[in-house]
Ligand binder design. Structure first.
Ligand SMILES: *Cc1c(COP(=O)(O)O)cnc(C)c1O
Length: 351
């Protein structure tokens, strides 16, 4: 059912990509006079590896995915943008979103003049399969974005539902696993081998603690990744980001310890929030944040920000909810103290 060529934009299929100096010649050499770089050595005087082979070689055993099935983007946001540019003809093709979900899919679609279909998640934030099924036959529908664990609801999407969509769709299903390291259930990475129209995206911005280096990962068939590689800016991941990622990947223990701490804090914060009168509900979380329903979220948001604590107001997406990232032990404790003070209308005491 899935035929990549038939869903790829014609101009992209026909494109002859830019070839960088480093691709033209691949062997060993001492004198590099091919790229108009400065000859004066520093960490950054040479152009970076356009395919980030060293970074991918370290990611590969961690994820159990061969190098050729890994693509790196300047943040997941670049991967999302490249997908629209590769597969969606502006002002003709469409993508499907399942709100409430990550805001960047919509922004990226709008930048690329791609129309959106939208099928809200059910009351327990799962996929509404009967509503989606009829849309899957639309030849102009090219991409479906499924965020699991979902931002901002924090839950995992049921795997059988994702499989059902993938199997009945001629386009690409993107499963965004930005928060997968915080989840109780494993990733769908193992399935990319068997499912040609599944693309999984992950990121260094959350569990890896490296939002500042802008590094996103995509895992999928070599066929799909060839197209992304063809259209990406040649040097999309800069040398400094590659070097920092390499260092970090060699210290996976540190990441694992930090994730464990966040999970412990998530449980504690959850328990403490449940005791507050102004908290209606804390949604179960498989992420590094909690979605919390308040009796008066606007008031809580305003009072917290007035004393220098910023949370995310999601009340326009999920009624009466604020999204709270898990911080350090101290930050979480201060947040709880501040919320208690707000309950007692003494917020100014807790700066
Ligand atoms: C934070 C987040 C990302 C990360 O995006 P980057 O561009 O890699 O920083 C991706 N998807 C979701 C759902 C997120 O919440």
């Amino acid at each position: 059912m899935f035929d990549l060529k038939s869903i790829t934009r014609k101009n992209i299929l026909a494109l002859k990509p830019y070839t960088s100096a480093r691709e033209d010649f691949k062997g060993e050499a001492d004198i590099w006079l091919d790229a108009n770089e400065s000859p004066f050595q520093s960490e950054v005087n040479r152009y970076p590896d356009p395919y980030q082979q060293e970074v991918k070689a370290l990611i590969s055993p961690i994820k159990g995915i061969p190098r050729e099935n890994i693509f790196l983007g300047n943040g997941s946001d670049e991967v999302i943008d490249l997908l629209f540019r590769a597969f969606c003809e502006p002002n003709r093709d469409k993508a499907l979103l399942l709100p409430p979900t990550y805001g960047m899919y919509k922004v990226s679609a709008e930048i690329n003049a791609v129309a959106l279909e939208s099928v809200p998640l059910t009351a327990d934030f799962q996929i509404d399969i009967p509503k989606i099924k009829p849309l899957l036959r639309d030849k102009c529908l090219k991409l479906i974005f499924i965020c699991s664990p979902n931002n901002p609801s924090g839950n995992l999407i049921k795997r059988e539902a994702i499989r059902e969509i993938v199997e009945n769709f001629h386009g690409i299903v993107v499963v965004d696993e930005a928060y997968i390291d915080f989840a109780s259930e494993g990733s769908m990475l193992g399935e990319i081998r068997n499912i040609p129209n599944l693309l999984i995206i992950q990121t260094f911005s959350k569990a890896w603690g490296m939002a500042g280096i802008r590094l996103g990962m995509a895992f999928g068939s070599q066929e799909i990744l060839d197209i992304l590689n063809k259209i990406k800016p040649p040097y999309n991941i800069n040398t400094l980001s590659q070097n920092l990622a390499i260092e970090k990947l060699k210290q996976i223990e540190q990441k694992n310890r930090e994730v464990a701490k966040i999970l412990e804090q998530r449980k504690k914060l959850n328990d403490q929030l449940q005791t507050l009168n102004q908290v209606v509900k804390v949604w179960p979380s498989n992420t590094n944040f909690l979605l919390v329903q308040f009796t008066d979220p606007k008031k809580v948001y305003k009072k917290l920000s007035a004393i220098g604590t910023i949370v995310r107001d999601r009340s326009h997406e999920v009624a009466d909810c604020l999204r709270i990232t898990i911080g350090t032990v101290e930050e979480n404790q201060r947040l709880i103290n501040q919320l208690k003070a707000i309950e007692n209308e003494e917020s100014t005491l807790y700066r």
